[in-house]
Design a protein around this ligand. Structure first.
Ligand SMILES: [Zn+2]
Length: 101
């Protein structure tokens, strides 16, 4: 599956919902990959459906607001971890800011 396009497809209603089984863990090495999307500024990992994907500024603002983070210039060393995301639920849930180490 092409993760780069998943969020965009969701926005246009073309993607089937992923199942939120929960309990997924992120491979930290996957955070090191450069952004694939031209407008991507942040990444999120969903522990509900296991996807690691990118968001544009609009998505990043939603995640940042949930996580209580306001500095949109400093996404280089952080990513968001969410309990649920728009690909497996109605919206992002319980977004947390995590360092990329
Ligand atoms: Zn999800």
């Amino acid at each position: 599956m092409n993760q780069k396009n998943d969020f965009k497809k969701y926005l246009f209603g073309a993607v089937k919902k992923r199942e939120a089984k929960g309990g997924y863990h992120l491979n930290p090495k996957m955070l090191m990959a450069p952004f694939e999307g031209e407008t991507s500024i942040a990444k999120y990992f969903c522990t509900g459906c296991g996807i690691l994907t990118e968001v544009n500024e609009t998505g990043a603002k939603v995640l940042a607001a949930q996580a209580g983070f306001s500095n949109l210039e400093k996404f280089n060393n952080i990513y968001f971890e969410v309990l649920r995301c728009p690909l497996c639920d109605e919206d992002f849930k319980d977004a947390k800011l995590k360092p990329i180490i």
